[in-house]
Design a protein around this ligand. Structure first.
Ligand SMILES: Cc1ncc(COP(=O)(O)O)c(C=O)c1O
Length: 377
């Protein structure tokens, strides 16, 4: 196990001055690299003013207000408010409760091999039974269907409160929606009055080449759930929706969703700095070209397929038994990769979006050498 003493840009520094290239970004968190100076300055600036106050509406906290306004500008028309929490799981919980509150139904439709978090509600809609088995019983009335399979449509019915879907499925080892699939879900949800909830926790904040992955399809959900890169390295999550929907949490009961630290001012300040940096540099617009460079340079007969959208990539091998020694060898050589929660034969490549072409060439050279050494055995 690596002990990381400090991190800067795409590099992690271990003991004895050993340097590692981070190709996972803390699982799609450090989109702007580690220890970004502008994010650090925003944190310092907020620390001098105040840290925690109270979040039940008693005080106006400018880091939250400014962040909410900036986030709304990134989202399609109809998104008017953001409810801030601390993590992705917590944001999923809030979104599920909001759907229940909106249409007073309980059936939830979600997808095989999706991961939405580890709290009880979020785990209930996880699409991997083995991952859930030890914690049953979880939420009842959760229906899991195959991603990209249109046979789900008749199962989205008048009893369905919400369909929760990732606009690009992450932990299944990267699966893109088929053309028209998300639109079909949207149409069916409209027909039966169910909410369409997009989990953009891993795909948001530029990871896939657009600020939000929903921009690739143009399909507009009712709720967008966010976290991970949102906090610029600080803990933060949120779910955005219309004012009409989110105001349902205001009464009957009042404070329908409570989170003591939700939207922590220091996290919000870091998040706003990250959002402004992403928008001013438009670094995410380079993600697709950078991914193509990875794809053109990574060469080995053992690579079975590469799935990707922007810098969210999965390089597939035959099995975990082949991949694991490769990951270990790459770490030995100073490149950090990973596999996926529900796809153990594919290598996760999700570097900070700030990675340069020179750095990509260096990574690919190391990974190619590692593949040659491991597969020559
Ligand atoms: C797509 C997706 N949804 C939800 C979550 C849960 O987020 P958190 O770990 O912040 O609770 C994750 C975390 O990996 C995720 O990848």
């Amino acid at each position: 196990m690596l002990e990381v003493l400090r991190a800067k840009g795409i590099y992690l520094y271990g003991r004895g001055g050993k340097k590692y290239i981070d190709l996972i970004s803390g699982i799609a968190v450090s989109n702007l690299g580690h220890s970004n100076i502008k994010i650090q300055n925003a944190i310092r600036h907020q620390l001098k003013k105040y840290t925690h106050l109270m979040v039940y509406g008693e005080f106006v906290q400018s880091p939250q207000v400014r962040l909410a306004k900036a986030l709304i500008k990134t989202l399609p028309n109809g998104f008017e408010q953001v409810f801030f929490v601390n993590s992705g799981s917590e944001a999923i919980e809030g979104a599920l409760k909001l759907a229940k509150r909106a249409n007073k139904r309980s059936k939830i439709v979600a997808f095989r091999d999706s991961y939405h978090g580890s709290s009880h509600g979020a785990l209930s809609i996880c699409g991997n039974e083995a991952f859930k088995a030890a914690f049953q019983p979880l939420l009842p009335n959760v229906h899991i269907h195959n991603y990209n399979d249109l046979s789900v449509l008749p199962h989205i019915d008048q009893q369905t409160t919400a369909v929760v879907v990732e606009p690009i499925q992450a932990e299944s080892g990267l699966h893109l929606p088929n053309e028209g699939y998300l639109a079909a879900l949207r149409q069916r949800c409209d027909e039966v009055g169910a909410l369409l909830i997009f989990d953009e926790i891993q795909t948001g904040f530029g990871r896939t080449g657009r600020f939000w992955a929903l921009e690739h399809s143009g399909v507009v959900p009712d709720v967008v759930v966010m976290a991970k890169a949102m906090g610029g390295g600080m803990p933060l999550g949120g779910f955005a929706a219309s004012e009409k929907l989110l105001s349902l949490f205001k009464n009957d009961p009042v404070l329908g969703h409570i989170s003591t630290y939700g939207g922590h001012p220091v996290s919000c300040a870091a998040s706003l700095a990250a959002l402004e940096l992403l928008q001013s540099t438009k670094i995410f617009e380079e993600a697709e070209a950078k991914a193509q460079l990875f794809i053109s340079l990574l060469k080995n007969d053992n690579i079975k397929a590469v799935r990707h959208k922007g810098l969210m990539m999965a390089v597939e091998f035959d099995s975990f038994d082949i991949l694991k020694p490769l990951i270990d060898k790459a770490i030995e050589k100073g490149v950090l990769t990973d596999w996926f929660l529900f796809c153990s034969n594919s290598m996760r490549i999700a570097p900070p979006l700030t990675i340069s072409t020179v750095e990509i060439k260096k990574c690919c050279k190391i990974l190619n050498e590692a593949m040659q050494e491991v597969f020559a055995r």
